[in-house]
Design a protein around this ligand. Structure first.
Ligand code: CP
Ligand code: NVA
Length: 302
């Protein structure tokens, strides 16, 4: 039987997403050191790109659950010397219980999933970052309750985070207002599938009107460092600042997956201000992914 993977938020139903959030909140609020459902189990983590939050949250989460995590970089494995993905997926999955990958190309993760005999988790690709959305949505639910019917605003790059926000809007039933510069729009194939869940605006100010949550991300993602200067020009009118937050509802939250660049995509006043929940969001990576690991490996979401 094919294992259950977590490659995209579209792999979850709305009920499953909500039950993961409830479970993450329960795990956060009642940590029981004797609860070790993954005792003796191993998570392999393959990182082609840097990470602070994703690595630490998965490693700590496995440890809390009585298991362990292996950090593997292509530099130190045969993957970096061109061993085929199919062979690597078959070999690694024969020795561990779950595999998490952070890769440049999304297809690397989907190929791994195709050949892996254990669950594969997408820990970020050029296309999507679904684990971050588990944490973001947990954070919204904790602060404001269910997000169904609410309005979320995405400002900035139509990147992997934006794509996963579009997917979350589809699965959880909120409206996503998007303001991105002309040449930095999210992929049409992802947008088209979302139908009326997404709306596009010419300016960040218009997109933020009556919003319940404002979200942004860096202007240059990992791997785009050499485009930094050109992107600074393209995105200069796309900063989330006090004026933008004022257009949103007075109780709107601000989120950012981190790492952030104060003074670029967000002003210091907003990211360090009272509407910002970035550190809850970061901490919730741990709790949300513990719920995910339990869901995939124990098959008993509660
Ligand atoms: N938000 C996020 O995925 O952070 P890291 O790159 O530090 O893992
Ligand atoms: N869009 C960013 C997210 C980092 C967590 C990147 O891909 O670098």
């Amino acid at each position: 039987m094919n294992p259950r993977h977590f490659i995209s938020l579209l792999d979850l139903s709305g009920d499953e997403f909500r039950s993961l959030i409830s479970r993450a909140i329960a795990l956060k609020n009642n940590r029981d050191p004797d609860y070790q459902p993954l005792k003796g189990q191993v998570l392999a983590m393959i990182f082609e790109k840097s990470s602070t939050r994703t690595r630490i949250s998965f490693e700590a989460g496995m440890s809390h659950f009585g298991g362990s995590a292996l950090f593997l970089s292509p530099r130190d494995t045969q993957l970096g010397r061109g061993e085929p993905l199919q062979d690597s997926a078959k070999v690694i999955s024969s020795m561990v219980d779950c595999i998490m990958l952070r890769t440049d190309k999304h297809e690397t993760v989907t190929t791994f999933a195709q050949y892996s005999s254990v669950p594969v988790i997408n820990g970020l690709t050029d296309l999507q970052h679904p684990c971050q959305l588990l944490a973001d949505m947990q954070t919204y639910f904790e602060h404001r309750g269910d997000i169904k019917g609410k309005t979320v605003t995405w400002i900035g790059d139509g990147n992997n985070m934006c794509h996963s926000y579009i997917h979350a809007a589809m699965v959880l039933g909120f409206t996503l207002n998007i303001a991105c510069p002309k040449n930095y729009q999210p992929l049409a194939s992802i947008v088209d599938a979302a139908g009326e869940r997404v709306r596009f605006f010419d300016t960040p100010l218009e997109a933020a009107q009556n919003s319940d949550l404002v979200v942004t991300d860096v202007w240059a993602s990992m791997g785009q460092e050499e485009e930094q200067k050109q992107r600074e020009l393209a995105f200069k009118d796309y900063q989330v600042n006090a004026e933008i937050m004022k257009a949103a509802h007075s109780d709107a939250l601000f989120m950012h997956c981190l790492p952030a660049h104060r003074g670029e995509e967000v002003s210091a006043e907003v990211i360090d201000g009272s509407q910002s929940v970035i550190f809850d969001e970061a901490e919730n990576r741990l709790h949300a992914q513990k719920a995910l690991l339990e869901f995939l490996l124990c098959n008993k979401p509660r």
